[in-house]
Design a protein around this ligand. Sequence first.
Ligand code: GRG
Length: 289
Amino acid sequence: MFQARLKETAALVQAHLDATLAPLGNLPVHRAMRYASAGGKRLRAFLVLESARLHGIAPQNAIWPATAIEAIHAYSLVHDDLPCMDDDDLRRGLPTVHVKWDETTAVLAGDALQTFGFECLSRPDCHPDPLVRADLVLTLSRAAGAEGMVLGQALDIAAESADTPLTLDQITRLQTGKTGALIKWAATAGPLMARADTAPLARYAADLGLAFQIADDILDIEGDAATLGKAVRKDADAGKATFVSLLGLDGAKRRAAELVTDACDTLSCYGDKAETLREAARFVIARDS
Ligand code: GRG
């Protein structure tokens, strides 16, 4: 069920991105936006659509926050790949934007994908109630910004030149921002749109986000570069503290499995209706890309 829903999500989001980005021109920045927002697993969009489905939100409304979160995620990857950040040549199996075009185009395409994400949330088609739209914008701004993803990225960059490796608590705080904040927003988009309690899905997503990052650290060691579509062993070779370096490979796998069990238990209030989200949590630590 989960694999089918994820595939369905990928097709829906791609079609929606194609339609909404088509009216833009054909300058390098526009082509780079289309290029950078194509592909990927679409896990964050899936979380939006599934949490919306759980709360009875119509798919034609939920597709807007699903597209928004994938645009913001794409911007973060384009900027993360820049030479001044993680300096990567390969993303989703293809040359990164600054390699295919140049750094200026990559910075601008990332900037424009970010503003496009917020535009998606602000459009009346996203939700009939302007207060709900404003709340979606407010919460995603916080998740993506200086208290969320950008904070996580800044802590990660600061750690590279620190004298001592980060502790487990520090890595957890860093990753809660860097990877976790967007995942949490995606999973709570449904209750936000329905003006319902976000707490159960926020707890589920906090565990899921950490499990996702631990799985990413494990894939950096055990994964295959061709399957992942990006370089591997970058963290290990740079001597960076990760969940694997701190917990060991087996310890990291055990911790990820515990987090997934906790994430699934948190959804008990939704009963069987949340089974696809439970499957998603199990997928996050079993994935090979
Ligand atoms: C530049 C402000 C700024 C932030 C960048 C998210 C991020 C912060 C950097 C990405 C670096 C990275 C590889 C982090 C590991 C976790 C992660 C976000 C992996 C990529 O997400 P997936 O696996 O990618 O969902 P796809 O391609 O499937 O969308």
